[in-house]
Design a protein around this ligand. Structure first.
Ligand SMILES: CC(C)(COP(=O)(O)OP(=O)(O)OC[C@H]1O[C@@H](n2cnc3c(N)ncnc32)[C@H](O)[C@@H]1OP(=O)(O)O)[C@@H](O)C(=O)NCCC(=O)NCCS
Length: 453
């Protein structure tokens, strides 16, 4: 996962948003244009505001990005930048499975002071160790103001879905002190890419202690989790990252909806818009006290079959989406306090569904606040209630439950409600990847039906 946070101006969702990534992109683009001009590549600077020049800047910046060497990823069965747009390469697995007897039986070598461990997330002790490693070393925003703070309950939920393998929850310890210094996980998932339903691993929570960064430990972690996934006869994986690696199947963006604008402004998550006062901003984001749609209620165990049917029907329209059965739905969508919330609309059957998961962030070094409580849009289906109204109800219940901000990616049909419900665009982008599986087209976010935690 990647921390997508943006200092957007409360109340003014416009192109005047300044984010560090945006500035960086522009710097790259300007540098590249200068290089291009030096090399007599047709100049884009004559009309820097034209759409054509925008496209060229994007294209050139993209080239700079893809020309960066990736010593590790270039050796892996993933789409390579040099193959972009090559229609002769077949869709599907890049490499065939190898016989299980040929899969390396011993773990990869670690530098001498370290040892592999398998993390049994059932035990409170192990769970606490993992929680502490991530709470202190996992994803931060560019300005190091916030850091993801996945709760222990969340980690147990995220890592123990139906059919999970404890061997895919991998830690690295310092032999001498036994301190946990790195972590990576996989969980099994059936993911459909076009017409093929593929058994995959969803890889998440890659983390190396801050003091051990840039020592090429991450590639060893990735190779080890891959080996253990192979040992279960699984050959594909899905993952997301804020960084651009070879090669995203899609690039998505987070949007943020203020629920508690005063706190968001106080902690520096957002700032007061031009010509806005705090009281106008609070009024702008005010929500009703209770949901509006008749029949809107919390999902219960008895709803699992109906919700599964609804979701399965809905997810068919996307090019990449999970293939969820009732066991999956019970695990991933049945409400769990402060982990996953799900609501549905019942009016002669279940017609609509919405859900969000809970992922707080630590506010780093703030006198008044230690945590930002964020809800993340998960899977939503509307067949009868307009999606806009359904998501407005989701905002209302999230506000009522004390969340400060509601986040959503621009995946599935989310774009249809983001602006109208006063979400502002986030900083940076989230790329989606498949391991050992080629798609011959980059997907628009709206063609993706998958949310990873
Ligand atoms: C991500 C993290 C584990 C990488 O470790 P690191 O010490 O910075 O990098 P290393 O020297 O060990 O390895 C570098 C290699 O890992 C790759 N890499 C870095 N981040 C990656 C990611 N999120 N996913 C996959 N590969 C990644 C790099 O691209 C590089 O490979 P390349 O040469 O082929 O490009 C570490 O920075 C970290 O813990 N960050 C905070 C948590 C985080 O961002 N996790 C990832 C969430 S998506």
């Amino acid at each position: 996962m990647y921390f997508c946070y943006n200092l957007y101006e409360s109340g003014i969702i416009s192109s005047s948003i300044v984010s560090s990534n945006y500035i960086l992109d522009l710097e790259i683009a300007v540098y590249v244009i200068e290089m291009a001009e030096d090399n007599n590549v047709s100049s884009t600077s004559e009309n820097p505001n034209s759409d054509e020049s925008e496209t060229s800047i994007d294209a050139i910046a993209q080239k700079v990005q893809v020309s960066k060497r990736h010593k590790f990823w270039e050796t892996q069965p993933v789409g390579q930048f040099k193959d972009l747009g090559n229609p002769s390469l077949p869709e599907g697995p890049i490499e065939p499975p190898t016989p299980l007897s040929e899969v390396k039986q011993e773990p990869y070598n670690l530098p001498v002071p370290y040892e592999w461990i398998t993390c049994d997330m059932d035990t409170e002790e192990m769970c606490s160790e993992v929680y502490n490693l991530l709470a202190n070393n996992y994803v931060e925003d560019d300005e190091n103001m916030f850091r993801f703070n996945y709760s222990k309950d969340f980690l147990q939920w995220a890592l123990r879905p139906p059919g999970y393998h404890t061997s895919w929850h991998i830690g690295v310890r310092v032999k001498a002190s036994k301190k946990l210094v790195a972590f990576i996980t996989g969980v099994p998932a059936r993911i459909r890419a076009k017409d093929a339903v593929v058994n995959m691993a969803e890889i998440n929570f890659l983390c190396v202690h801050k003091k051990l960064r840039s020592k090429r430990l991450a590639p060893v972690m990735i190779k080890e989790v891959t080996r253990r996934v192979h040992l279960e006869n699984i050959w594909q994986a899905a993952y997301t990252a804020g960084v651009v690696l070879p090669t995203p199947i899609s690039t998505c963006q987070y949007w943020h909806r203020s629920l508690n604008p005063k706190k968001l402004i106080d902690v520096g998550f957002s700032r007061l818009g031009a010509r806005m006062t705090m009281s106008r901003t609070i009024k702008l984001y005010k929500l009703p006290d209770s949901s509006i749609t008749p029949g809107f209620r919390k999902m219960e165990l008895r709803d699992v079959p109906a919700v599964t049917r609804l979701l399965r029907g809905y997810l068919k329209q996307f090019i990449v989406a999970p293939d969820l059965d009732e066991h999956d739905v019970q695990h991933w969508l049945l409400p769990k306090e402060d982990v996953i919330d799900s609501f549905l609309v019942e009016s002669s059957g279940v017609t609509d569904f919405c859900s969000f998961y809970t992922l707080p962030s630590t506010v780093i070094g703030n006198q008044n606040y230690s945590t930002l409580k964020a809800a993340y849009s998960y899977y939503n289906v509307s067949t009868k209630t307009p999606l806009l109204q359904l998501m407005n109800d989701a905002l209302i219940v999230a506000k009522k439950k004390g969340y400060d901000v509601f986040n959503a990616l621009d995946v599935m049909e989310n774009e249809s409600f983001l602006k109208e419900l006063k979400f502002g665009p986030g900083d940076g982008q989230l790329q989606y990847y498949l391991y050992n599986y080629r798609l011959n087209q980059a997907l628009r976010p709206s063609e993706l039906g998958l949310v990873l935690l």
